[in-house]
Design a protein around this ligand. Structure first.
Ligand code: SF4
Length: 426
């Protein structure tokens, strides 16, 4: 039998799809390049933005037509579109065979005759890596309930995997050529609070740090309140951990933060930012921002803009607010910022980000950057430096090598250069 998995959304979804594929491969299935050739089609969906849901609904329309023409394949919908109220989805899409919540692999496997997944996180079923980097979910779910966010309703409460389970997965990857792992969680610093002895993210990093073959450890995504000095010190003290923090601020105004129920004030955020920079002055900082949230005034937006001007993040992920049914904001707050104003604010932040990123990257001209080679084509290699910046360069290198690259050109989006002879083969 053949399967096809279509995936949209965050890295957690990508990791889930890869895990499902690994389990199906192990059960004797093979991957089909296209939906038309598959006996099982899985749509791994995202609800964080309306656009992502629309894309999945578009795919469902296509599958419905294929079914109407007599296609005898099974359709499964998994991921964040499937909440506790799958009944509504069942009514709307009656031709779908299985609905499964994120990480709920069992119903899909049962639908194709595979009975036992051995527990919630399907231990010991790991993807076969096809790159030198791999994503490793370490904590599932979220307890924070920010008013705009659907994740806690769809992914459930925070549940950490054990250190032993994660270490075994990292060893599995590194034995197959992976050199960099990214530890994933919606709020990754919450890792371990629900485990016996309450290990933290730093303990986990220490436990996997000396895995043979592993060169780099990254972690995503930080939640300001969960970030502790102990974790920051672990990042500073462990050589393989990239000093690269992705700490969403979402807004630079206390009124907006309160309406979002982010659980911190601007001063709290600034104190956490300063704590990181105090311990690790050269840390690369990335943030997420939502513009046009319910009731956001020009002045409130101006506060966010000025915060970004002041903190000068290496990268800013910005999105215009779109209400998600089922969230607190959708139920209790008016989505009252006009669409054109949201777009203006979005573009203002994008322009600021392009300018600041270009300035930060320009400082790297003529420096030598350590780059983990991720791909090579026609003598041109691409990879990232520890700060996560994309580097394109000329080199006789292979994926997995660590190259020393002299930077000859910079832009807001990438660095370009030439490898020095000192590069270290994988
Ligand atoms: S911290 Fe807030 S925004 Fe992030 S996943 Fe949890 S509820 Fe959503």
């Amino acid at each position: 039998m053949k399967y096809h998995i279509w995936t949209v959304g965050c890295q957690m979804n990508v990791a889930d799809s890869r895990k499902l594929a690994a389990g199906l491969d192990r059960a004797g299935f093979t991957a089909a390049g296209a939906m038309d050739d598959a006996d099982l089609v899985v749509l791994n969906t995202c609800s964080v933005r309306e656009h992502a849901e629309d894309r999945a609904i578009g795919q469902l329309g296509r599958l419905k037509k294929m079914r109407a023409k007599g296609g005898a394949f099974k359709i499964a919908v998994m991921g964040c579109m499937v909440g506790p109220r799958a009944d509504e989805l069942r009514r709307r899409f009656p031709y779908v065979d299985v609905f499964a919540r994120p990480q709920e692999f069992a119903p899909i496997l049962e639908a194709v005759g595979i009975a036992d997944t051995g527990g919630e996180f399907w231990p010991a079923t790991w993807a076969e890596p096809d790159a030198v980097t791999a994503f490793v979910p370490v904590i599932h779910g979220c307890d924070k309930f920010c008013t705009y966010c659907i994740v806690p309703y769809r992914r459930g409460r925070e549940r950490s995997r054990t250190i032993d389970d994660i270490r075994a997965e990292v060893e599995h990857y590194c034995a197959r050529g992976v050199r960099e792992v990214t530890l994933l969680g919606q709020t990754v610093e919450a890792y371990g609070h629900d485990l016996p002895g309450s290990p933290d993210l730093g303990d986990l990093m220490r436990a996997i740090h000396d895995t043979p073959g592993l060169a780099r450890i990254r972690f995503l995504t930080s939640y300001p309140k969960d970030m502790t000095a102990r974790i920051i010190d672990a990042v500073a003290g462990l050589p393989k951990v990239c000093e690269n923090f992705n700490i969403p601020v979402q807004a630079g105004d206390d009124g907006v933060l309160a309406r979002m129920r982010r659980g911190y004030t601007l001063d709290d955020y600034l104190a956490k930012f300063a704590l990181v920079k105090d311990r690790i002055p050269h840390a690369a900082m990335v943030t997420d921002v939502i513009v046009g949230f319910c009731g956001e005034t020009d002045e409130e937006f101006g506060n966010t803009y000025r915060l970004l001007e002041r903190l000068r993040f290496d990268k800013v992920h910005v999105a215009a607010y779109s209400p998600r049914p089922g969230t607190i904001a959708h139920r209790t707050l008016a989505d009252d910022v006009p669409a054109d104003v949201k777009q203006q604010r979005l573009h203002a932040i994008e322009e600021l980000e392009a300018r600041v990123s270009a300035e930060i990257n320009a400082v790297l001209l003529d420096t030598v950057q350590e780059v983990l080679v991720e791909s090579v084509r026609d003598g041109r290699a691409s990879g990232r430096n520890p700060a996560g910046k994309l580097v394109h360069f000329t080199a006789d290198a292979s994926p997995g090598d660590i190259a020393a690259v002299r930077i000859e050109r910079t832009s807001a989006w990438s660095l370009q250069g030439t490898a020095l002879p000192a590069s270290v083969p994988a």
